[in-house]
Design a protein around this ligand. Structure first.
Ligand code: SAH
Length: 239
């Protein structure tokens, strides 16, 4: 049987024989935009139960029902890596969320730093993360947290999770990460970089590992992809 091309995230339990009721947006996408009809198949996932082949049982204009047929892929969770990032302008922030899902992170944590002056809508970012997962064949969707201040985050931090701090102050030094296994987070600053007091605070935390990302100043969105690459190749699931 040919693999269904269309992949859709559905926040419902997935199991053999399970009926999946579609909301208006989902029905519109499958039946009007993608032109699926009764008997056609799509692949669905919910971030928990792997990926399933589901067939159209009822196709309406504003609703519909799919029936779960068989699992097509197991759940593959990403490594225990979080991305802490200072929100930047919307289009670039969307880029960070999308690329982080593709690169493989377990959680997205927006942080308010001294030089962060952008608003952050976690519901919009979550929808963006879902779209990225649909597109990149992921079976997991990282949860997106609400914006929180950096100092509060550091005060409540569980020291068993190390932080790879992309530190623009190390510009030009060798980009090197010691392979220390365990849970990690990557921290990326805003376009204005980190303030002196934030740099001092981060430098004083023993769970923080500052790293250079080479001899050029990267934009925050580029830095996120670069730091995630460095971590994934050293400690993650790219090895
Ligand atoms: N305006 C700042 C740069 C901010 S770049 C300055 O001129 O110093 C945005 C973020 O990307 C930084 O806070 C840092 O986390 C990361 N970053 C950019 N280039 C980097 C580099 N070469 N090494 C390490 N981190 C870098």
């Amino acid at each position: 049987m040919a693999e269904a091309k269309i992949r859709l995230y559905l926040d419902q339990p997935l199991a053999e024989g399970q009926a999946l009721a579609l909301g208006e947006g989902q029905a519109n996408y499958l039946f009007n935009v993608m032109r699926l009809g009764r008997g056609d198949a799509a692949r669905v996932f919910n971030g928990r139960d792997g990926e399933w082949r589901a067939e159209v049982e009822q196709a309406g204009k504003r609703q519909g029902i799919l029936r779960c047929v068989a699992q097509t892929a197991p759940l593959v969770a990403p490594p225990d890596l979080w991305l802490l990032f200072a929100p930047i302008k919307k289009a670039r922030c969307d880029f960070i969320v999308e690329k982080a899902v593709e690169m493989g992170v377990a959680r997205l944590v927006p942080v308010q730093t001294r030089f962060t002056n952008e608003r952050f809508r976690e519901d919009k970012a979550q929808a963006h993360a879902i779209e990225a997962a649909e597109q990149c064949e992921a079976t997991f969707v990282p949860p997106v947290e609400a914006l929180q201040p950096l100092d509060r985050l550091l005060s409540g931090w569980d020291a068993s999770r190390r932080i790879l701090w992309a530190d623009e102050g190390l510009l030009g030094q060798r980009a090197l990460l010691q392979a220390e296994p365990g849970p990690w987070a990557v921290l990326i600053g805003p376009e204005g970089g980190f303030a002196a007091e934030e740099r001092a605070r981060l430098g004083a935390c023993d769970f923080v590992t500052p790293v250079s990302l080479g001899p050029r100043i990267l934009r925050a969105d580029t830095a996120a992809v670069a730091a995630l690459t460095l971590w994934q190749t050293t400690l993650g699931d790219w090895r």
